[in-house]
Write a protein that binds this ligand. Structure first.
Ligand SMILES: [Zn+2]
Ligand SMILES: [Zn+2]
Length: 367
């Protein structure tokens, strides 16, 4: 026992010198690469050495000051890595295991989790989104994973980091639109906007067995990738009235499921106006201010419409299931990783990503 005490003391000393590089948020439009101590796992926690991460649209909102986080926070919420250290009671894992960790890290014990609402772990207002929001995030060399046993999904040897990193957030979110809408085989679906999440929603509609899939997008590159991800038709919102065109394409019925993947009043309203009576609007967008529902787009309240929303499903079982889809070649998300940067170059990557330059969809960041 004396030896282990000595070891503990030594670890405490080395903790001060062992540092990592991390991207730190200071104030709107002020982020910087800095040295930080490598985190130490306590009970229920693990630390992974991040091998691949990415930048999310939400991180850009944080950078611009549109979503407030505390000064000094390490941001980022998508991580693939190798277990570096395990907390005392985390079992079933070994140091060196490759793992995927979802953007949302449910505890598995609170009333939300035990009611099956994993994403809403911990309750209002932002549920289980902790990384780069309430605790340090993934744009760093090392990441402390809370509730590690519920949140680290071992990656099958045959899968590369690049094949699974997008499952942590955008694919889990995008696919969930069709799941939350309870999409039926052969349903006609429209997906409004083909950014990274919209593209994954298109892929999810296909995976879930949609019949006709209509996407909307004005960016020519994204229009092309939408077809690759499963869209049959891509409409350009600049060149006509989308709901009329959707009614024409569906023989006057409207779509069974309309997926909103942008988070604006205009797309929400267009999605609602494109639905058949009794159809489902599945909303993935994050809205600001007030969202209006015009009575005429809502059949004055007697159209039997359903409106459902979903926050990215997380947890290791969700990640395991999504990796099954990749492993068995049901879906390939690698075309969405359009650019590569090292962690050192991440500020440059933010500039490219937030200005949507050079046809960027998602950037791969390698610590
Ligand atoms: Zn995200
Ligand atoms: Zn919980």
């Amino acid at each position: 026992m004396a030896d282990s005490t000595a070891l503990l003391k030594r670890n405490e000393v080395t903790q001060d010198i062992e540092t990592m590089k991390a991207l730190v948020f200071h104030a709107p439009n002020q982020i910087a690469m800095e040295s930080r101590p490598i985190p130490k796992p306590s009970y229920g926690e693990a630390v992974i050495r991040v091998t691949l991460t990415t930048i999310c649209g939400t991180d850009v909102h944080i950078l611009k000051g549109e979503y407030p986080v505390r000064q000094g926070l390490i941001i980022g919420h998508e991580a693939v890595g190798v277990i570096h250290e395990l907390g005392p009671d985390v079992v079933g894992y070994e140091v060196g295991d490759r793992v995927l960790v979802g953007a949302i890290t449910p505890c598995g014990q609170c009333s939300s989790c035990l009611s099956g609402a994993w994403s809403q772990c911990g309750g209002v207002p932002i549920g289980g989104w902790k990384f780069g929001n309430t605790i340090d995030g993934a744009q760093a060399e090392y990441l402390l994973v809370p509730y590690a046993q519920a949140n680290m999904a071992k990656i099958p040897d045959r899968l590369r980091d690049e094949q699974v990193v997008l499952l942590a957030d955008i694919a889990s979110t995008g696919f969930s639109a069709a799941e939350s809408a309870d999409l039926k085989l052969g349903d006609t679906v429209a997906v409004f906007a083909q950014g990274p999440i919209g593209l994954c929603a298109t892929a999810g509609a296909k995976l879930k067995g949609a019949g006709l899939i209509i996407a909307t997008e004005s960016n020519p590159l994204r229009r092309k990738i939408a077809l690759k991800m499963g869209a049959d038709i891509v409409l350009d919102p600049r060149t006509g009235d989308i709901p009329s065109e959707i009614y024409r394409l569906t023989g006057g019925r409207g779509v069974d499921v309309a997926i909103e993947a942008l988070g604006t009043q205009a797309t929400f309203e267009t999605a609602l106006r494109s639905l058949r009576p009794g159809g489902t609007l599945s909303s993935l967008g994050v809205y600001a201010g007030k969202l209006d529902i015009p009575a005429d787009a809502f059949a004055a309240g007697i159209g039997d419409y359903k409106i459902v929303t979903t926050l990215c499903p997380g947890g290791k079982e969700r990640m395991r299931r999504l990796m099954e889809l990749v492993l068995h070649k049901r879906v390939d998300l690698t075309p969405l990783l359009t650019h590569n940067f090292s962690l050192k170059e991440i500020v440059k990557a933010y500039a490219l990503f937030s200005n949507q330059q050079d046809g960027v969809l998602k950037v791969a960041i390698r610590p």
